[in-house]
Design a protein around this ligand. Structure first.
Ligand SMILES: [Ca+2]
Length: 350
């Protein structure tokens, strides 16, 4: 397995684009009860980000969420270009924020985002349509886009799903008041965000240093300590207990001549392989709530200098982590397969 999701002490162990109608502005379609979501992702590193993003488009399709923005914390052209492909393929135009001078992760895994972007059809044309006209490095940086989006939302209404590094979130907290908002980043988050749900950490072994934490330890320390809202994290041990089955990838997508998540999956690792659902579990909790999981008592989460995560129960704390038993894991797996293998609302074979 190529995943670099887990570190032990000091050592890494761990167009065919035939589907889309004209991209739509989702805001015209969501219900008033839709959860307001911003995704923070290192898409292009591990393929679970692509699966999690698929889930969010399906939740938009169902009217469950309003996806306000997709913030990327993996640097480079291809993560943003892949998100543009995903937006286009699923028929939505979600604003994209990018990162400059982020953690170095280019060689941590096969960059499936790049692989999908470079795919060609039988006419040697790009296999998937884009909506943007290139210039992916000119997209707004995530902290600025967060400020713009958050300032326009009702108070205590936004959920941030963070399934990558904490870099953008830490930078957001440090932003000063500006023309967009008289509030600092931390004040803006305190006013507008009701929940941060992360995929990160590990609570069943003190010697495990989980990838999302260890790639930017200072940022993770800052976010787990200073982020004003409630924080719920789905740790390493949850996602690795729930494997998305390769049988679904091979059999459940026959309705799509070519699919940007299936192509990502096939390029990420040597087929056939099942894949842990780390990032999917965070998306699930954020949108559908705690019923699929066991939730820890209230407490505090400390990130150590080496990148371990320590939980201390504290009735005055507002940090929580998730666990699952084997029955819950199976139920969640079946739910993921059903959700991800369904056709998008805007899928069009023509
Ligand atoms: Ca991720």
């Amino acid at each position: 397995m190529r995943k670099n999701r887990l570190y032990f002490t000091g050592l890494l162990i761990l167009t065919l684009s035939s589907c889309t109608s004209t991209p739509k502005q989702q805001n015209t379609e969501v219900t008033s009860n839709a959860e307001r979501i911003i995704l923070e992702t290192d898409i292009g590193n591990d393929v679970d980000d692509a699966l999690a993003l698929d889930m969010l488009y399906k939740y938009i399709d169902a009217g469950n969420i309003d996806l306000l923005g997709i913030m990327i914390n993996k640097e480079g052209q291809y993560p943003a270009e892949y998100v543009d492909i995903m937006n286009t393929w699923y028929g939505y135009q979600i604003p994209i924020g990018i990162i400059h001078n982020g953690p170095d992760c280019e060689n941590d895994a096969t960059n499936y985002a790049k692989a999908v972007c470079l795919l060609k059809n039988e006419n040697n044309e790009p296999a998937f349509k884009r909506s943007l006209k290139g210039g992916y490095d000119q997209l707004p940086e995530a902290p600025a886009l967060y400020r713009k989006i958050l300032s326009q939302q009702p108070d205590s209404s936004v959920t941030v799903i963070s399934i990558g590094f904490s870099t953008n979130l830490a930078r957001l907290l440090d932003t000063p008041a500006d023309d967009i908002s008289p509030l600092t980043g931390k004040e803006l988050v305190a006013k507008k965000v009701k929940l941060l749900c992360t995929m990160g950490g590990c609570f069943n072994s003190p010697d495990f240093f989980e990838y999302n934490i260890v790639k930017d330890i200072p940022a993770a320390k800052k976010v787990f300590t200073e982020w004003p809202s409630q924080v719920v994290t789905s740790p390493f041990e949850v996602g690795i207990a729930i494997n998305y089955p390769v049988a679904s990838i091979e059999n459940d997508f026959q309705w799509a001549p070519i699919h940007p998540v299936v192509e990502a999956y096939k390029s990420y690792n040597e087929m056939p392989y099942d894949t842990p659902t780390w990032d999917l579990t965070s998306a699930l909790y954020s949108v559908e709530g705690p019923s699929y999981f066991n939730v820890s008592p209230a407490g505090k989460i400390n990130v150590t200098d080496k990148g371990a995560t320590e939980f201390t129960p504290d009735t005055t704390g507002n940090r929580y982590y998730l666990t699952v038993d084997s029955v819950q894991a199976e139920t969640i797996k079946q739910h993921f397969v059903k959700l991800i293998s369904q056709q998008p609302v805007h899928f069009n074979k023509k």
